[in-house]
Write a protein that binds this ligand. Structure first.
Ligand code: COA
Length: 701
């Protein structure tokens, strides 16, 4: 782990390019460092001045009499490299390069950025930026940036790849009451990236929540590892903009076509426990929720409302999000029956009615918080003539204080009439929104995080699978020697079989007699298919014959296929004819793999057969996460195929354990062999006992 202490708690800071001129960035940075209350030594560096902002100014970094922990660079781009070298020679530990004009302007800037990075490596300096706003730590305190608004002290570490967003957020936060432990403008991420700062923030005692605005993640594998570990310690919430390169990759497989452009990020974030926000509003709503609320024990939500309509809206939203409406304990219902007006709805959502004053809200809220079947609570209020928003808010705070392990959220549906009450909730750390949806989104975010924490332990117990890598290597070697990228079905089946995936027996034959022998060996009925990696749609050229029941039929079919293929495609190389055992029909599944540039192989599972692209019933996971039964189980349960497998409309359930095993083995195969660029196993037939992979397509690089 990189030591980033000198960015956040430096003993001394040099500002290279410090200026006396008000209005210049290099002057603003000087002022910000001083006004933040920074207690360490500050050394302005400028050859034209002897004093800046009352501090002795030095002509160069080398001329500073003491050691320098961090240098903030604000000289023009053309001068940065020389100044950085001087810092290296001086023994400066970290550089924060504000200057723009690097990678972001094109080739020339990229060259300059490379030189700058090389100097950092040569002198073992850590660099933030270039092209950034700077760095802040409210607990040190230090504000080494040119922000107009200083961050308020708090518990959020905010990392932003956009300087402009960071500047806007800091100003807005003052009104929203958000506080920060540290704020980092990542800039071009030439040396240090979000990964390093996430790792640092996870270990920072002043940080409770890590918040990121990101536009790209360059080192997917390291991100997954570091963020996954960091998320075990603290929640990480990310707003990621921009389109992933996965979508830009032309996809020839079904799986590739089904994976959306942003899917890899979604899947990766889920795998390492990151809560993904899709808008700025969500990012900060979630930030408030995670800083103020405990993590709930489960997903059962109770709603207390003084009006029916909002209760229904909220209930719909709870269910849409995949959360559960809590079913109250019998004792709770008995109490409600006795103590609430008979018109009140005592089931969830509890409707305390329009004439509810503080006492009724207070009673109902405390009761649902006491209920062991409730994990979090949403209080809804609409202003009626008798509502007591201020007193009720105080009673909500008391109820929350008496139940500190359960999150309480509120939606005060109104305006000025409820503003004071809403203010009391906010001041006391109860997130209060105008409408229920964002509150439920927050409860859902807390739950996602809880689910991640729950899976962390089980991830330690990785399943061991017996696989035969040697056979796969040998097959790939032979295929590449023939300068092919697509495996024949028989080769792909042998690969799958080596990884313990049950396949329908298939043999490549080059004469009709060989085909008969193969069919006799495996037993009838059989299917004959032309074997040529160049022929994608075999049926279209008469290349497939099904339901063959005797040696005579095999002879006949062999010759018919050869003749038809030669007629349609006289120039195409044909390797022979594959004889495959015809398997009884089972539930048709697809298991496939496509690749993401940043995060590697993504495995798909869903309904298979010829309608996959129409049905689009698939769920995805990063292959690296699929060595855990729970993760595979969760992946399967997201699809409609899962409902079929469980036994739909009286049908016998399919062998779920065998399906889970195949998914795990497919994931292991594509992880062990990065040369596999695409894979489709479609269909996989699932039976009451066991499964069988029928058609396997593998492309290698
Ligand atoms: N060492 C120390 N000081 C030096 C120097 C050196 N080698 N060379 C020049 N200086 C001094 C200059 O004399 C000047 O001081 P002065 O005001 O007393 O004359 C000061 O450093 C700044 O140099 P200047 O040429 O005036 O540059 P500038 O202030 O106009 O612009 C940047 C410098 C870094 C702000 C500008 O190049 C830049 O990158 N702006 C964009 C910043 C940005 O948007 N970042 C990304 C945010 S997301």
């Amino acid at each position: 782990m990189a030591d980033l202490t000198s960015f956040f708690r430096p003993n001394s800071v040099a500002v290279v390019g410090a200026s006396k001129t008000p209005g210049k960035i290099s002057n603003a940075i000087m002022r910000n460092i001083i006004s933040s209350g920074y207690q360490g030594a500050i050394y302005p560096v400028n050859p034209r001045e002897s004093e800046i902002e009352g501090l002795a100014c030095y002509p160069s970094v080398g001329a500073i009499p003491d050691s320098v922990d961090m240098a903030v660079m604000v000289v023009p781009a053309s001068k940065v490299v020389a100044a950085a070298r001087e810092c290296g020679e001086k023994g400066v530990k970290t550089l924060t390069v504000i200057t723009a004009g690097f990678k972001e302007i094109g080739k020339e800037g990229l060259e300059l950025e490379k030189k700058l990075t090389e100097i950092c490596e040569e002198f073992n300096m850590r660099m933030l930026g270039p092209n950034c706003v700077g760095v802040m730590d409210t607990h040190t305190p230090i504000n080494a940036s040119f922000t107009a608004a200083a961050p308020v002290k708090g518990e959020i570490a905010f990392l932003s790849q956009s300087g402009a967003i960071l500047l806007a957020i800091l100003d807005w936060s003052a009104t929203a009451g958000l506080g920060y432990s540290k704020v980092v403008s990542l800039g071009n991420k030439a040396n240090l990236s979000e990964i390093d700062f996430i790792e640092e923030a996870a270990n920072d005692p002043y940080t409770k929540v890590i918040l990121c605005y990101l536009e790209d993640i360059v080192d997917g594998a390291r991100f997954l590892k570091v963020a996954g570990e960091a998320a075990k310690k603290k929640p990480i919430i990310v707003l990621k903009s921009g389109v992933s390169q996965a979508g830009a990759q032309a996809a020839s497989s079904h799986t590739g076509a089904l994976a959306g452009s942003d899917l890899a990020y979604d899947t990766a974030f889920e795998q390492c426990g990151i809560i993904r926000a899709t808008t700025m509003t969500e990012l900060f709503d979630l930030a408030i929720a995670f800083t103020k609320s405990p993590i709930p024990a489960g997903d059962r939500v109770a709603i207390v409302t003084n009006s029916g309509g909002p209760g229904i809206i909220a209930t719909d939203n709870v269910e849409d999000m995949g959360l559960k409406m809590a079913r109250f304990d019998k004792s709770t219902l008995d109490e409600f029956r006795t103590n609430l007006p008979k018109e009140a709805n005592i089931y969830n959502p509890v409707d305390v009615l329009g004439d509810a004053r503080t006492d009724r809200y207070q009673y109902a809220l405390n009761k649902v918080l006491d209920d062991p079947n409730v994990d979090s609570v949403l209080v809804l209020m609409c202003p009626t003539a008798v509502t007591e928003p201020v007193e009720t808010s105080r009673s909500i705070v008391e109820a929350r204080d008496a139940h500190p392990d359960k999150p309480v959220f509120a939606a005060y549906m109104g305006g000025p009439l409820l503003a004071e009450g809403a203010g009391i909730l906010a001041e006391n750390g109860i997130p209060c929104f105008t409408f229920p949806e964002p509150a439920i989104l927050c409860i859902n975010g807390l739950n996602k995080y809880k689910r991640y924490l729950d899976t962390v332990d089980s991830k330690q117990a990785r399943d061991q699978l017996e696989v035969d890598q040697k056979t796969v290597k040998a097959i790939f070697y032979d295929v590449t020697r023939e300068r092919r990228l697509n495996l024949l079905s028989s080769e792909a089946s042998a690969v799958a079989e080596a990884y313990g995936i049950p396949v329908a027996p298939i043999v490549l034959t080059t004469t009709a007699d060989e085909a008969v022998a193969a069919a006799n060996e495996m037993g009838y009925p059989v299917v004959l298919k032309v074997a040529s990696p160049k022929i994608l749609h075999k049926s279209d050229v008469g290349g497939v014959k099904v339901g063959i029941n005797s040696p005579e039929e095999v002879q006949k079919a062999y010759l018919m296929i050869m003749e038809s293929v030669h007629r349609y495609l006289p120039k195409v190389v044909v390797h022979g004819i594959e004889v495959q055992k015809m398997m009884p029909k089972g539930t048709e599944l697809i298991i496939g793999m496509t690749k993401d540039v940043q995060f590697g192989p993504l495995v798909a599972f869903g309904l298979g057969g010829i309608h996959v692209n129409l049905l689009k019933d698939v769920s995805f996971r990063l292959a690296s996460s699929l060595n855990d039964e729970k993760v595979v189980g969760a992946m399967l349960s997201e699809t409609k195929a899962y409902t079929l497998l469980k036994g739909y409309r009286g049908e016998a359930p399919r062998d779920m354990a065998a399906v889970v095993d195949v998914v795990k083995r497919a994931a292991r195969l594509v992880t062990d062999f990065p040369e596999i660029t695409e894979m489709d196993i479609n269909p996989v037939f699932a039976y009451e006992n066991g499964v069988s992979a029928l058609d396997i397509k593998i492309t290698i690089s």
